[in-house]
Design a protein around this ligand. Sequence first.
Ligand code: TZP
Ligand code: MG
Length: 205
Amino acid sequence: MIGYYFITDKNLSKKGITSDVKAAVAAGVKCVQYRNKEIDSEKAYAQALKLRKLCKDITFLINDRLDLALRVGADGIHLGQDDLPVAMARRLLGENKIIGLTVHSIKEAQEAKKQGADYLAISPIYATKTKKDAGRPKGIALIKKIKKAVKLPVVVIGGINLSNARKVIRAGADGLCAISCVLTKSNVKKEIEKFQRLFYNPPGQ
Ligand code: TZP
Ligand code: MG
């Protein structure tokens, strides 16, 4: 079980990503991903290093940038279909680091497993304004199909909120990421805890 998976977003953040990550850690998340596509390398390094320290007891991943992940001693990276191939990332990072890959189909999920990914992110489940090029919503049917076809943990992302979270968990998601509906609220910790409760007190139990 991964539970609520936190991803930084400086554009949506109200109090800054450091404050958001502190809130996520205080809410008991197991995984934080540093994602910042609009920043130069040195600033990204300083930011990621600070977050690595805040996330010393939980899984800390870097989006896209393998160099940054190595430099700050992250636990791994999260890649997209247009990033470094998983098999190459695996060769460079070794067996002990975590590699996640975003997938949009069963075929991509099977290929991810073949190349050595540790977990999958299925995207986007629902329509989202947070990532402009996220593509067509896949719905929960794809979660069920991928869980059946590929034996890897799955997190789901895109348009997830408290109204649809139960549905994605029931469909088999091991973790979920909900960015805008958490970061636009004033109490990030409280919002994350609401999602966490859905995993730890599953519906119908
Ligand atoms: N990758 C796929 S969709 C997405 C990312 C980073 C954004 C999800 O944001 P939201 O606000 O939870 O729809
Ligand atoms: Mg990427």
